[in-house]
Structure formats: structure tokens, C-alpha cells
Design a protein around this ligand. Sequence first.
Ligand SMILES: [Zn+2]
Length: 347
Amino acid sequence: MRALTVDAHGGLDQLRFRRDVPAPEIALPDDVRIRVHAAALNRLDLWVIQGVPGVRISPGWILGSDCAGVVDAVGPAVTSVGIGDRVTVNPGVSDRTCEYCRTGDNPLCLRYGILGEHRPGTLADFVVVPAANVLTIPSDVPFSTAAAFPLATLSAWRMLMSRAKVRESDQVLIRGIGGGVALAALLIAKSLGARVWVTSGSDAKLDRARVLGADELLNHRTEDVAKEVRARTAKRGVDVVIDCVGEATWASSLGSLGKRGRLVTCGGTSGHMVQTDVRRLFWNQWTIMGSTMGSDEEFALIVDQLRKGRLYPVIDSEFPLEQGHKAFERLHSGEQFGKIVVTVAES
Ligand SMILES: [Zn+2]
């Protein structure tokens, strides 16, 4: 089969499009094989190419976490989907038996793995996953939409709904609008009726975010974000900050946070070491939360939204699998607004 692979860690020059990769076979009774129609890129793919501490890849490693397609084969124990079903895939694979899975916290699974990072990925003609990771989508949801949807929307859903528990009365500040998680967070926060602030270094991205419903726009290159938030809220600050940028934004994210504020992070694209003044943390009674991916229950909830035509991801661009390196160059540029989709099969 065709696949976008890397043989070793390094830069984008490690990317290799191949036509000779063996197609994965059904190995376990509850496995499902999917003929991939569309896949989508995530920041995680760049981390995998670069190298993630503790994660080893073997030569010919297939990248990609997100995909949508058609069920092509099923193991004997599979009853939830059948051959020919159009599906989208939860990129996080858990054992569903450990103490964390049993209490509905699949992302904390002791044997958690993400497609493309710990298991062969989705940038290929076929991928094999457990049936519990697969949910059907109606015929009116395009494969590109269903492929761009899972990782970013699942991550954002858990951050806003399960961790920060955003309410209609909340003011939510989202850092770095244009990224998949940030955009999904914007759509979710607006669907809840919250007032949403977004930041970017690009006025063009801010303008596009306004069209999607963002209420307050802040260009972090030309404005002091924390100072501006304080000024526009009569010193009150916001209730929730969604920050996946890390080092570069941490101080101003906390500086924007009002009393009882909640900050949720799911990554540190600018750097991983941050500083927090503990006096401000306790005095303002802030809550700083980590979040990653989402549970089976959360995946079912977001796919239910997708089936109803809600929370459709913003798609920046689409590239055929053969031109996967161009898709990665786009991702690496940071110029994208929304998801970068890789089309694999004709829809
Ligand atoms: Zn588990």
C-alpha cells in the first residue's frame, strides 16, 4: 500500500512517500481495518518526526493520527461496525481495562497509545484499530471533514467541557488561534455561549477568527495581552485560558486570568518550561489543569456533534498523499488557519 513514512528522527527531509508498505492485517478479534479516504495532520506529527523522548519508531514508520474512511475488514468479535460503513477514528488507543480506563479516563491509560506515535499511523491506504475506536458518520459528512475532526476536537472538548467546565457566563481566552485545537476550542466555547478572546501574531488570522464568532481579538505582536485583557475587563480578567503554546505565553496567560480563574494546557509548542508565581496562584485561587486527548465517552459526544453538522473543523488546505511533504511544509510554516488534510482515496 501507499504510505507517508519516516525511517529515522530528524527534519522534514526524513519524510518518504512509499508504495511498497505491507498493508496491515486484522490481528485481534476486535480489530477493524479501514480503507483511509482522508487523513489530517497535527502538531504531534512534527514531534514524532523530531523525536519524542521515550517513544521509539522503527524504519518505515507510518505517520498520522487522524483519519476517516470506510471499514474494509473486521475481526470476528466486531459487532459495532460492518464492512462498508463510513467511519471516523479516535486516535487514542487504550486497553479499556486498567483502573483509569475503568473510571472513564482513557487518556490516562497505563498502555495508552496514539496512532502515528505509538502505533502505525493513518497517512496510508489502510489502518487497523480496535473497533471501540471507530464510530460511523453519515453520508453527508465529507471524509475530509471527518478526518480533520477527531484529535483537535476531542482535545479541545475535554479541555473546555470536562476540565475547565466552561459555562455561558465565562470569558474564555484562547491562545494562538489558527491551530486545530485552538479553533475547535473557539467553536465549542461559542456553542456554549461564552465570550471568547483569541490571540495571534497575525491580523489576518484574527479577522478570520472574528468571522467564526470570536468576540475580542488580540495581536500578541503589537499588544500586551495581559494588559489589554485587564484594560478591556475593568481589571477583572478572564475566567478560563486555553493555552497550548506554553513557554512564550504562560506569563501573559496567567496575567490575563481573573480570580477563581482556570488555565488548561494541552501542550507547549513554544517550549515546555514555565514559571508561575505561587503567591498569585493561591491568592487568586487559580486552578491550573493539564489535559490530553479524550475518553471514549467524550469521543462519542463529539462524533454526535459531527453527525448533527456541528463543530465542523476549519480546513486550511488539502494535499494528495503523494504530496504529503507539501502538507508537512505547510504545517511546519505555521501559516495555516485550520486543519491540513491529506486526501488518500477518491471519495
Ligand atoms: Zn487503560
